[in-house]
Structure formats: C-alpha cells, structure tokens
Design a binder for this molecule. Structure first.
Ligand SMILES: O=C(O)C(=O)C[C@@H](O)[C@H](O)[C@H](O)COP(=O)(O)O
Ligand SMILES: [Zn+2]
Length: 372
C-alpha cells in the first residue's frame, strides 16, 4: 500500500482492503504541510486538482492549496452552500462546471474538504465526471471522520428520499487531521457522536462501554481518547466494507442501524433542520424499542443504556411530536432496504450484535412512532 510520506505526523493508519481499490485512512494532527506529498504519492501523474468545500470549510481547504501547489498541482476551489440542501442536482452541476473550467482530465482528483454533505456531493461528482475521477476525502467533521468519508457511498438527494441518486466510488485515500475538529460547532460534533454510538451497538460492546465511561469528557469534545475512538470506528467500518463493499450480503446494511427511521425524520422533518446524526440518534431509539416490542431483543438493559448515552451527548431520543406518522411510514417504505414496500430493519439483539429483520408489520412500526 501507500508508503508513509516522509516527515508526516500521522499517528495512526487504517487500511481498507478492497483489492485494487484498497486505500489508507491516515490519522494525525497538524498535517497540512504534508498533504501535497500524500496526494502526489497516490497520483504521480496528475497535474490538476479540484478542492470542494462549503462556506464553513473553505478556510480549511484554502491552506491545502499551498502544499498541493508545492507538489505540482494546479488547483481550483469550488465552494457550495453549507447544509443538506446542497446534495442536489443544481450543486452537482456547479461542480461539473468547475471541473470543466479546470480542464480536468481522468487523472484530476476531486478533494472533498468538509463533512458528510461535501463528501457525498463531491464524491458523486468524482464518480460520474468523465466516467470517474480519483477522489480524496479530507473529512473535517466527526461524523465524516468516523463514517461518511470511508466506504465509497456517494450520493445526492431526491426531494422525496435521502441519497436516492448515487454510486459506490471508493476514495484513493482519506486524510483525517483531528485539528480540524476544533473548528466544529458543538451541535455538529455531537451529531457525529451518534454514529460513534452506532458502532458500539452494532459491533463493539467494549467501545460502547468506553463511551459510557468517558461520556462527560466526550460530550464537550475534550476527551484525550477521541483520536483513538475515531481510529477504532474507522477500523470497524473498514472491516464491514471489506466484506460487503456493495451492500449485497446484508452485512454492510448493519451500518444503517437507526437510519430507516432516521432518514424518514430527515425527509418529513426537513423544516426542523435536524442534523443527520440527530435523526440517527432518535432513529436508533425507535429501532431498539421496535426490537423489544417484536421480542427480538435479548438484552433488556440496552434501551435504557442507549438512551442514557444519547442523552449524555444531548442527542434527541424521539421524533418531534408534530411529524405526521403516516408521512413517516410512507418515507420508510421507500427506504433502500425495503423490498416491494416491505419494511426491513436493522435491529439489535444485544450490545454489539444486530440483525436484519424482514417483513416487520406496519402496525408495530406505527405504534413506535405514535409513542412520543
Ligand atoms: O456506509 C454505509 O453503508 C452506511 O450506511 C453509513 C451511514 O451512516 C450513512 O449515513 C450512509 O450514507 C447511509 O447510506 P444509505 O445507503 O442508507 O443512503
Ligand atoms: Zn449515517
């Protein structure tokens, strides 16, 4: 795999092993000066690079143009409006225009500097322009570091469904500089903690216990163990993606714990502007209650432990009362995991173990949604 660039301050490295599409996730602090070398070693022939950022992360993207220039790249920076609405055809077209203006060729990397929205949109532009450009992920939010920058899911939204238009397109490399977290608004940071809790429930009981022990420090972003938690989540994600890259066997679907409810909350409750992790948090609570109701859950302490942890991170544990139940159910029936409108959920059996449950009766799900 990729050699470590000399002088790099990387503290950790996780390799995602996917044969010819394998790549490294490099984790460290204060690594800006080494970024050009990192990209150059991945792409020895490229002459141009398009950086993509939003209004908030442009200040993190701009300094990267210096080491990229030193490494011989002619760069351009495309800035999109911040927020979920940017996962749209309109913003995608703007990125295609920017690539055209740059005279991008098949070797031009798209470098996504930001959170999940920037990564998903820039990733989809990279997956489709010229039938595929190299993609480099520079996640700057906790959520993007532990989840969306790894695994190759790229997408924009359809007005009626999250991530409905997308492609699998693995990055060539992921560059996690934890110094970027210092710039993150606290609500964004805590939204990322929801996906961290998810990893504990689906696959890593010990991680969940670590989160419980360090909840007060983690809540405020001051925990010295945070970098090791980020690396641990990346390792879990890598392991899952390595075994089921295209979500075919059902294994990768476990990463969707809380998302069937969560995506419906994001769509139906769009006006309330919940962040993705907030919707996932309330979605995980609905899922664990559903598991209990269906008799699937073997560990009765899990709902209250999960609730306590999410509360400790100031995350929502229920959908908002004014969201229409029938609209939420309709959104769930259009979920990508549903087949022919039949609901399929990722449900926990015990801490660290979840399964895919088919044909969940609509009435049971309605009951969970009515309980607010
Ligand atoms: O990488 C995956 O696989 C995931 O499901 C991770 C999720 O946290 C992420 O939100 C993903 O974008 C959801 O994908 P979708 O296929 O349900 O749209
Ligand atoms: Zn997610």
């Amino acid at each position: 795999m990729t050699p470590v660039p000399s002088g790099e301050l990387a503290e950790d490295r996780v390799t995602v092993r996917l044969g010819p599409r394998s790549y490294d996730i490099v984790l460290g602090r204060g690594m800006t000066a080494q970024f050009g070398l990192f990209v150059r070693e991945l792409l020895p022939q490229s002459q141009t690079a398009l950086l993509v950022a939003d209004e908030h992360t442009r200040k993190l993207a701009a300094p990267l143009t210096v080491p990229l220039g030193e490494a011989g790249f002619r760069t351009a920076l495309a800035v999109i409006p911040a927020g979920e609405q940017s996962k749209s055809l309109e913003q995608l077209a703007r990125l295609y225009d920017a690539l055209y203006e740059l005279k991008a060729d098949r070797r031009t990397p798209v470098i996504a500097v930001g959170g999940g929205v920037v990564g998903d949109l820039a990733g989809f532009a990279a997956a489709t322009y010229n039938r595929g450009l190299p993609l480099i992920m520079v996640p700057t939010t906790l959520l993007a570091m532990v989840d969306s920058s790894v695994g190759g899911k790229t997408a924009i939204n359809h007005p009626r469904g999250k991530n409905l238009i997308g492609a699998f397109h693995q990055p060539k490399g992921v560059w996690i500089d934890t110094d970027h977290l210092a710039t993150l608004p606290v609500r964004e940071y805590r939204s990322g903690l929801a996906e961290v809790v998810k990893y504990g429930v689906i696959r890593d009981a010990e991680l969940f216990e670590i989160l419980e022990c360090h909840a007060p420090a983690l809540r405020n972003g001051h925990a010295s163990i945070l970098p090791s938690i980020i690396a641990r989540c990346c390792r879990i994600k890598a392991e899952v993606v390595e075994q089921d890259e295209y979500e075919e066997t059902g294994l990768r679907a476990i990463l969707n714990y809380g998302h069937t409810f969560g995506h419906a909350f994001e769509i139906v409750g769009a006006a309330d502007h919940w962040l993705h992790g907030e919707a996932v948090a309330a979605g995980m609570m609905c899922a664990v209650r559903l598991a209990q109701r269906l008799g699937y859950l073997e560990d009765d302490s899990l709902p209250s432990r999960q609730e306590q942890l999410l509360r400790a991170f100031d995350l929502p544990i229920r959908p908002l009362p004014h969201w229409d139940v029938e609209a939420l159910l309709a959104a769930m029936q259009r979920d990508k995991k549903a087949t022919a409108g039949r609901l399929r959920f990722v449900l926990p059996r015990c801490l660290g173990e979840v399964g895919l449950v088919d044909h969940v009766p609509l009435a049971e799900v309605r009951q969970i949604l009515c309980d607010r």
